[in-house]
Design a protein around this ligand. Structure first.
Ligand code: GLY
Length: 358
């Protein structure tokens, strides 16, 4: 097992990455969060797979454990489920010093994390991500949220976990389609600031069977995210680079009514942005072509059939919009990106250029 230390103003904590470490969750919770009671939160897919193992480890560490199973899927990330979860936490008698344990993918992590952030104005949460997307992104950095009718993640809080336990063996039960989808975020990290990782993905696509390599990739991504979050916990500047590919990506995702996976949409958004940047002379054509090739090699989409008009209209509701300007992340090279605030009309030219072939 290896660990990465994250230090933010709110809290410092360890992200533990390894194989077969789910059974250590109780020990990590005990040393990082303490408390007497634990509320184990998972979904209808993950609880039957790993709930018992995590529950026994919490009990072995001396916790009185209660549990809640929420329905699997993005539609669970809403205010109604949040309210129900908070009521269950209160019924279970958790106090200020107790702990929520979020076992699952991004939906569970975001929902349970937000519940922990608001219950009694904030109790501790241990994140136990079981999907690749949650391991490399959502479980680290303290963003928690639920969706509103107006859009994704519109109500939430920055609430750092007490520790993160990422057991890559849990990915064994991830469907190949979901695994492939998650790699969209992994490719993003490479383009954003890890050329070595990008080159390794170019040489050999990431495969679900190779757990040692996946463990290394998770660790690299967590380190990258740590460096960003340590410098800019509340997304005033550098943290925005993590949104590479996300503005166009979120628009594609919303247009598909969330039927298309997040990582696939990020991959398509990333390719569009890189093509636009090449056309504008911000990066070389070769850079955009390499990104397209890596995305295609992982059987992810390099573009979208959604019209530029629709993508633009969707982007107007984006959190990254500031009046008649919007923050975008431009590609300069593999491993080098920049945040730019541009007028909406200029952003529109990025969409037009990004949607056309290079
Ligand atoms: N998922 C982007 C961030 O954590 O900032």
């Amino acid at each position: 097992m290896k660990s990465v230390e994250v230090s933010t103003a709110q809290r410092s904590y360890k992200v533990c990455v390894g194989r077969n470490i789910l059974g250590e969750t109780g020990r990590f919770a005990r040393t990082s969060a303490g408390g007497r009671r634990a509320m184990l939160v998972s979904d209808s897919h993950v609880m039957p797979l790993y709930g018992r193992k995590v529950r026994s480890s919490l009990e072995a560490a001396g916790y009185i454990v209660s549990e809640v199973t929420v329905p699997a899927g993005e539609q669970t990330k809403n205010m109604g489920e949040l309210a129900k979860l908070l009521e269950r936490i209160a019924e279970a008698g958790l106090g200020r010093d107790d702990v929520v344990v979020a076992l699952g993918g991004g939906v569970v992590g975001d929902l349970a994390g937000f519940a922990a952030a608001t219950y009694m104005r904030g109790i501790q949460v241990v994140q136990v991500p079981t999907s690749l997307l949650a391991m490399v992104d959502s479980s680290v950095g303290g963003k928690t949220a639920v969706d509103l009718a107006a859009g994704k993640n519109l109500a939430g809080a920055f609430w750092q976990p007490s520790s993160v336990v990422a057991d890559v063996e849990a990915l064994r039960t991830l469907s190949p389609a979901l695994f492939r989808d998650s790699v969209g975020e992994v490719i993003k990290y490479g383009v954003m600031s890890d050329p070595e990782l990008f080159e390794s993905l170019e040489r050999q696509p990431l495969d679900l069977g190779d757990f040692d390599r996946i463990g290394d990739v998770v660790l690299r991504n967590v380190r990258t995210k740590r460096d960003v979050v340590d410098a800019d916990e509340r997304e005033a500047g550098l943290r925005q680079t993590l949104n590479l590919g996300h503005t166009i990506g979120h628009a594609i995702e919303a247009e598909s009514s969330y039927a298309l996976g997040h990582g696939s949409c990020v991959a398509a958004g990333l390719c569009c942005m890189a093509r636009a940047c090449a056309r504008k002379g911000l990066c070389g054509d070769e850079t955009a072509r390499r990104i397209d090739a890596v995305v295609a090699a992982h059987r992810l989409p390099t573009g979208t059939s959604v019209s530029p008009d629709k993508l633009y209209q969707r982007s107007l509701a984006d959190k990254k919009r500031h009046g008649d300007q919007i923050n975008i992340v431009v590609v300069r090279d593999i491993g080098s990106v920049e945040v730019r605030r541009v007028p909406l009309e200029e952003y529109r030219t990025y969409i037009d250029l990004g949607c056309a072939p290079l």
